[in-house]
Design a protein around this ligand. Structure first.
Ligand code: PMV
Length: 362
């Protein structure tokens, strides 16, 4: 599908009565990372992620027919019960970006009531769940205007719009494993939207666990926009994009064969490659904290000692995602409680697992 295919025509100029939609969209954790993009949010390499289950954003989008014919919708954002002026510029920018594909949005004013299932300022990126929830809300309006729309189109366009809010949000609409970015080994993969991993996944990955250790719950020191831009003239960029696409190809096999040793090697190497890009950009920066490294070393020691299939990945921050198969949960949970939780800020962590993607609640 091309960008033009996502432009909505409203020939009869239908306008909806005032109303609301309620949606829920999860976060995701990349196994092969997206870091580096060109305009408009086109990834420099393909990425693949696990969709999460417990970490999600719930959003109610209330829409009211506009009184006056001004182009710009009036938007009020209520986050966890309180009006949040600070969130408005990003959302307004998102509305401007998507206007050409969903021109009907300028017929209404909005109240956006949104909340996260995970603690505020936990250092978990809320942009993937938050932006995909908003995109899904807008697509629910389009579906009201065009009830004949196919499910496939609905999902692809929801991901397409999510991408314009935050790149990684494109991978949150569906699950449990999603690819975003054109890759020769993944049929129908696209730079424009995420697609569900098209092969049968080995049963060992069913209900795969992700325990998120909250090492640093502060604001991100470097925004991902700045980080992505630093890849534009990064000395290692070209090889990094090649490496990511090769890792995705290897992972495509591993997800089908269930070879966990190879899975661990790819996933950990990807996490460190992402952070290596940050440490070698100009200006350079470090998002890991001393406790991030302590946790990584503990995981490596424990794996060596027990031969269990525990591994880590990192997002653009200091928190550690601990990944492991469901059937090793008992032992690994004990290890996490006894040996890793003390490295978390206020001993906080979140137990998550694979999920199936976003939902329209009403
Ligand atoms: O979605 P963005 O633009 O915030 O990019 C985030 C990219 C990483 O989370 C660091 C990696 C990824 O692929 O999710």
């Amino acid at each position: 599908m091309r960008e033009e295919d996502f432009i909505f025509e409203n020939p009869e100029n239908k306008i909806l009565d005032n109303g609301f939609v309620k949606v829920k969209s999860p976060s995701n954790i990349a196994l092969v990372k997206y870091w580096g993009k060109s305009e408009p949010q086109i990834p420099k390499n393909a990425s693949i992620s696990f969709t999460l289950y417990n970490c999600f954003t719930s959003t109610i989008l209330e829409y009211t027919k506009k009184e006056n014919a001004s182009k710009k919708p009036n938007i009020k954002v209520i986050f966890e019960g309180e009006e949040k002026e600070a969130f408005k510029p990003k959302i307004e920018q998102f509305f401007e970006r998507i206007l050409i594909y969903v021109p009907f949005i300028s017929d209404y004013d909005y109240i956006i009531k949104t909340e996260n299932s995970f603690p505020h300022s936990s250092g978990i990126a809320s942009s993937a769940s938050g932006m995909s929830a908003l995109a899904l809300g807008i697509m629910s309006l389009e579906k009201k205007l065009n009830p004949d729309m196919s499910e496939k189109y609905f999902l692809s366009k929801s991901s397409f719009l999510s991408r314009l809010g935050s790149g990684s949000a494109a991978r949150s609409i569906e699950g449990p494993v999603v690819v975003w970015g054109k890759h020769p080994k993944i049929e129908n993969s696209s730079d424009l939207f995420g697609t569900v991993f098209p092969f049968k996944i080995h049963p060992i990955f069913e209900n795969y666990q992700d325990t998120i250790l909250l090492v640093d719950q502060g604001e991100k020191q470097v925004s991902s926009t700045v980080g992505h831009n630093l890849m534009l003239d990064h000395p290692y960029a070209k090889n990094r994009f090649i490496q990511a696409n090769q890792n995705l190809e290897r992972l495509t096999e591993v997800l089908q064969t269930g070879e966990l040793k190879e899975f661990i090697q790819i996933v950990e190497s990807e996490a460190l490659a992402l952070h290596a890009m940050m440490m070698t950009s100009s200006p350079y920066f470090i998002l890991m904290k001393p406790n991030t490294l302590k946790i990584i070393n503990k995981i490596w020691d424990y794996r060596k000692k027990t031969n269990l299939n525990i591994c880590f990945t990192l997002d653009a921050g200091a928190n550690v995602h601990v990944l492991f198969p469901k059937d090793e949960k008992r032992e690994i949970d004990t290890f996490i409680s006894n040996e890793l939780i003390s490295f978390c800020q206020n001993n906080k962590y979140i137990c998550d697992s694979l999920g199936e993607g976003a939902e329209m609640v009403i």
